[in-house]
Write a protein that binds this ligand. Sequence first.
Ligand code: NDP
Length: 296
Amino acid sequence: MSNVIVITGASSGFGALTARALADAGHTVYAGMRETADRNAPRVREAAAYSEEHGVDLRAVELDVSSQASVDAAVAAVEAGHGRVDVLVHNAGHMVTGPAEAFTPEQLAELYDVNVLSTQRVNRAVLPGMRRRGEGLVLWVSSSSVKGGTPPYLAPYFAAKAGMDSLAVSYAAELARWGVETSIVVPGSFTSGTDHFAHSGHPADTAVEAEYGERYPGLVEQVAGKLAALAPENADVSLVSDEIARIVALPRGERPHRVHIDPVDDGSEEVSGVADRVRGEFLGRVGLDDLLTVRS
Ligand code: NDP
């Protein structure tokens, strides 16, 4: 079945690959991007060229997840054209590296906005339509850092992704009786193949950062180097986009609550396994185990 799909942050990395994988699978895919008229205009042209060359339906749409007006306009345009959004992929995100203390509170708020509040903006635009129709899939691109081994100097990003993941878990239960499914996709670290590491932000308080630099010399390079070295040779970023395409293709009701794509294996799968089991058991104890699966 061909779905109408909206992906946030689809100008690069997992988002761009996922948009192409889903378009290849025969879906109508809206690749959400910000600044489509200027900075990301080349990405818009690349998406159009891909669509043309491969005979698929991949369209860029202006969608800045930091702006409710932009989100609303994008979703309204898709719904005006097709009457629905079948699948929403929360993929947009941003990372920062540096000692936690050197980031201003405003920087943390900004990062929380891009990684967490963004999903709330898009949900509030897309979910009314899904609930009305009694079907849909919301797919969240989380991070293994949420539960796995966490090296230092990534605190604001890890905290934000944990917030996003936590929101996803609660949404899953609250959407189940509406017939709207949730899948949480958990990539491990992919240090190349996306702009994630290359575009990471830095602390505003460079004086504090320098003080930490004396006590933890070369830490950023050490962590990045070790993470890259831990990744097996076949750890290609397409593992993530292929997995998302696989989940979308599954029959309704059979989509997994959570999947891990973590070639480095930082332990997240093991810890999440316990957390998700306990969640299921506790929902049972409070008489809400019907919320573990989607109502058909
Ligand atoms: P990229 O940096 O390549 O992709 C991030 C995307 O988010 C970009 O397209 C970027 O757009 C977009 N974005 C950022 N801010 C906004 C905004 N305000 N509005 C719209 N789009 C925005 O990195 P990845 O592909 O690696 O990251 C994708 C997701 O995967 C993120 O959520 C990340 O947290 C997650 N992830 C990544 C891992 C990795 O190791 N690579 C591991 C685990 C999770 P723009 O080009 O305009 O900046």
